[in-house]
Design a binder for this molecule. Structure first.
Ligand code: NAD
Length: 429
């Protein structure tokens, strides 16, 4: 085998079907009010924009961007922006719907949205990405806003991109309101109004849920062997915090390569290599390689998918030997894959709980900006921990109440909150 075989190119994902199957199962289990079920089965608005950008070579390219706003019963829409070739209306819908459940489960005053641009950012220069981002922000116009819809980083977007969005959005408003608009996005760099700890919030949360899982099943993460698919923001920070727990990283896969190293992989050395290599792990010398399709078959205790959706499917779920799958990514397990994992007794920490540290961190960044304050990292991580622990306990208690799995119970916690709000407030007019 060549040393750096990239996994097959990602295909359009078909995630909407998965999120709706999960929703139907939870709605049936809890007996969700039929009217509210109808409301939540649809997205509130779906914005598609086509916008031109001049490339470095002088030619013009027209890009397609999306923002899907699912529901805002609990507060402003909230959710990431993804720059990826698989970005489309289907994935925008699914990811927006997951955000509604995630914010409701975490007890945040937010709704759910998602969006992005259909492109492979690795094909564009930094200057081109800046122009694409600024023009996309301009095209979205007042469809986003600090009290309306607040984007954040997701796949292939980062603090720099958030800073360009904040700057573009506020530059198109009156100078008098410039700093009142800073919180139109979260996940900004520290100098542009970001929050200390937001960079690591999602990985911190993934590990917080794994610690709760270990505690509830009388295990310790120390010495446990785990694999991570995706070595970007979520994958790296998960590995960083897992190392602090004494767990051993034995497999990593990203879009460029797949590694298996039974002796353990040093997350920081791999991250340094990836950072110097355009955020690709290919070419790393500290681990052996295996075929991409054998990745989920690696012998380990914990699997952390932290890349794209629909990665654990009927094609590979049967190969998984781990005790638990901690869903760092959104929608990494499809419906058939999940049925196989359940039949094998593999625990699943569902995405809307497992990766909620990111949006909880974003909430604190938004509050910090609204209050014109600057918060300390230890306080921030402590607040994230509290909210995740509460959501984890609610998920487990509700699973016991309904005698159901954790994904369904996490949905029920979220749906109950939304149902209560609709019932109390009524439907206009
Ligand atoms: P990122 O862009 O920083 O990293 C994505 C990683 O996935 C990269 O290492 C990339 O190489 C890898 N990848 C892409 N295609 C792949 C493939 N076909 N096979 C294997 N690896 C592949 O993105 P991120 O922010 O870390 O997001 C990862 C996942 O976590 C996404 O599902 C995202 O929606 C979810 N998530 C992110 C956050 C956040 O705060 N960033 C919060 C919650 C959930």
């Amino acid at each position: 085998m060549a040393t750096t075989v990239a996994p097959a190119a990602a295909k359009k994902q078909g995630m909407y079907e998965v999120v709706m199957a999960q929703f139907e199962r939870a709605a049936d289990t809890m007996g969700l009010d039929p009217g509210i079920r109808k409301i939540l089965a649809k997205t509130n608005s779906e914005i598609v924009v086509h916008f031109p950008v001049k490339l470095d070579n002088g030619t013009i390219e027209v890009f397609t961007g999306y923002r899907v706003q699912h529901n805002n019963a609990l507060g402003p829409y909230k959710g990431g922006l993804r720059y990826h070739a698989t970005m489309d209306l289907d994935s925008g819908r699914a990811l927006a719907i997951w955000m509604t459940w995630k914010t409701a489960l975490a007890g945040l005053p937010y709704g759910g949205a998602k969006g992005g641009v259909e492109l492979n950012p690795k094909l564009y220069s930094q200057n081109e990405l800046e122009r694409i981002t600024r023009r996309f922000t301009y095209a979205l116009g007042d469809n986003i806003g600090p009290d309306l819809d607040i984007p954040a980083p997701d796949v292939n977007t980062n603090p720099q991109i958030m800073a360009w969005i904040a700057d573009t959005y506020s530059s198109t408003k009156s100078p008098a309101t410039r700093f009142a608009n800073l919180h139109v996005v979260t996940g900004k760099p520290l100098g542009a109004g970001g929050l200390e700890g937001r960079d690591r919030a999602t990985g911190f949360g993934v590990v917080a849920t794994l610690k709760s899982w270990a505690q509830r099943t009388n295990k310790s993460l120390k010495g446990m062997r785990y694999i991570v698919q995706g070595f970007g923001n979520v994958g790296y920070w998960t590995a960083y915090f897992m190392q602090q727990e004494g767990a051993i990283l034995v497999g990593v896969q990203d879009a460029s390569a797949t590694y298996y190293e039974p002796a353990g992989i040093d997350p920081d050395a791999l991250n340094d290599h990836s950072a110097a290599n355009g955020r690709n792990i290919a070419g790393y010398k500290g681990a052996g390689t295996i075929e991409p399709e054998r990745f989920f078959a690696i012998a380990c205790d914990i699997v952390v998918p932290a890349a794209l959706g629909n990665q654990i499917t009927k094609a590979n779920a049967g190969d998984i030997t781990a005790m638990v799958v901690a869903e760092g990514a959104n929608g990494p397990t499809d419906t058939e894959g999940e049925a196989i994992l359940r039949s094998k007794g593999v625990d699943i920490i569902p995405d809307i709980l497992c990766n909620s540290g990111g949006v909880i961190g974003s909430y604190y960044e938004w509050l910090q900006n609204k209050r014109s304050e600057i918060w300390k990292i230890d306080d921030v991580l402590g607040m994230i921990q509290d909210k995740i622990d509460t959501a984890f306990n609610l998920t487990v208690d509700t699973a016991n109440e309904f005698k159901t799995d954790w994904r369904t119970s996490a949905y029920i916690v979220a749906l109950r909150r939304l149902e209560k709000t609709y019932k109390e407030r009524g439907i206009f007019p």
